[in-house]
Design a protein around this ligand. Structure first.
Ligand code: COA
Length: 256
C-alpha cells in the first residue's frame, strides 16, 4: 500500500486522492496498486456507488512517474499501470473527477473514462506523449477523436501542448469549470447526488452509455500498450526522459 494515495469514504462515495505533492502527484507503481485495490473494494461493496478521483488543491497529477518509465517500465498485463487502465475502462460504477492544476498524461486520459469531470479555473491539461517519444495510452487514441474529432485530437496528441479549462470545456472533456477552491466540493456534491438515485437505474444507465464501447476500447488499449512498451525502451524515449530530469528540451535531431 502507498501513503501517496489517500482513500476516504463519504457515506456511499469513495474518494481516491493523489497525494505526492513534492513530485506533483506523479503516479508510481505503488500508487497504481493502491488505486486498483481501492477500486476493487468500491466495485465489490454494494454500499459504495460512486468513486471520485481528486488530487491536492494545486495539482491533480503530473501523470506517470518519469523515473518509473525509465527504471520500472510496465512489462505485461499484470503491471499495476496496465491493471489500473483496465479497471478504469471497465468500471461499472460512476466515476467522477475533481481536477485542479496540472493533469498531465494519464492525468488527462483517465478523464476520458470518467462519467463526470469538474475542473478548477487553474486546471492545465496535457497529453505530451509524443513529446516524450511515446504514444497515446488509456484508449485515448480512440476516445479523444470520438470526443472532439480527428483534427482537434491530432493537435492535442501530436503537439502535446497544455490547455486550460475553457478549452477542456469546449471539447467536452469536462462538465463544469469551478473556482479552484470549490472543485473538490462540487465533485463530491454531484457524486453524493448520484448516490441518492436508484442504484439499479444508475448502473443500467452507465452500462447503456458505454454499451458497445468495451471491446474496441480494450483492443485499442492492448495495441497502444504494445507500442508504448516498445517506445519506453527506445533511444528516442531515453533522450526524452534524460532531458526531463536534466530540465532541458529533448533533442531528436539525430533520430531518423
Ligand atoms: N515524474 C517524475 N517526477 C516528476 C513528474 C513526473 N511525471 N512531474 C514532476 N516531477 C517532479 C519534478 O522532477 C520536480 O522534482 P525535483 O523537485 O526533484 O526537481 C518536482 O516534481 C516538481 O516539478 P516541477 O517540474 O519543478 O514543477 P512545475 O510546477 O514547474 O511543473 C508540471 C509541473 C506537472 C507541469 C511539470 O512537472 C511536468 O510537466 N511534469 C512532467 C509531466 C510528464 O511528462 N508526465 C508524463 C506524461 S506521459
Amino acid at each position: 500500500m502507498s501513503d501517496d494515495i489517500i482513500v476516504r469514504r463519504h457515506q456511499q462515495v469513495m474518494e481516491i486522492a493523489f497525494n505526492r505533492p513534492d513530485k506533483k502527484n506523479a503516479l508510481t507503481t505503488g500508487m497504481y496498486e493502491a488505486i486498483v485495490a481501492a477500486m476493487d473494494e468500491a466495485r465489490e461493496d454494494p454500499q459504495l456507488r460512486v468513486v471520485v478521483f481528486s488530487g491536492t488543491a494545486e495539482c491533480f497529477t503530473s501523470g506517470n512517474d518519469v523515473g518509473d518509465f525509465m527504471n520500472n517500465p510496465p512489462v505485461d498485463e499484470n503491471s499495476p499501470v496496465i491493471r489500473f487502465l483496465q479497471v478504469l475502462a471497465t468500471f461499472p460504477k460512476i466515476l467522477v473527477a475533481a481536477v485542479n492544476g496540472p493533469a498531465v498524461g494519464v492525468g488527462t486520459t483517465m478523464l476520458l473514462h470518467c462519467d463526470l469531470v469538474y475542473a478548477g479555473d487553474n486546471a492545465r491539461f496535457q497529453m505530451p506523449f509524443v513529446n516524450l517519444a511515446l504514444v497515446p495510452e488509456a484508449g485515448s487514441s480512440l476516445l479523444l477523436p470520438q470526443l472532439c474529432g480527428h483534427r482537434r485530437a491530432a493537435e492535442l496528441l501530436l503537439l502535446g501542448e497544455a490547455f486550460d479549462s475553457d478549452k477542456a470545456h469546449e471539447i467536452g472533456l469536462i462538465n463544469e469549470i469551478c473556482a479552484s477552491q470549490a472543485t473538490r466540493e462540487r465533485a463530491l456534491e454531484r457524486a453524493a447526488q448520484i448516490a441518492t438515485r436508484a442504484p439499479e437505474a444508475v448502473r443500467l444507465t452507465k452500462a447503456l452509455l458505454v454499451a458497445g464501447r468495451s471491446q474496441p476500447l480494450l483492443e485499442r488499449m492492448a495495441e497502444e500498450g504494445r507500442h508504448f512498451g516498445e517506445r519506453l525502451q527506445s533511444p528516442e524515449a531515453r533522450e526524452a526522459f534524460t532531458a526531463f530530469f536534466e530540465k532541458r528540451e529533448p533533442d531528436f535531431s539525430r533520430f531518423e
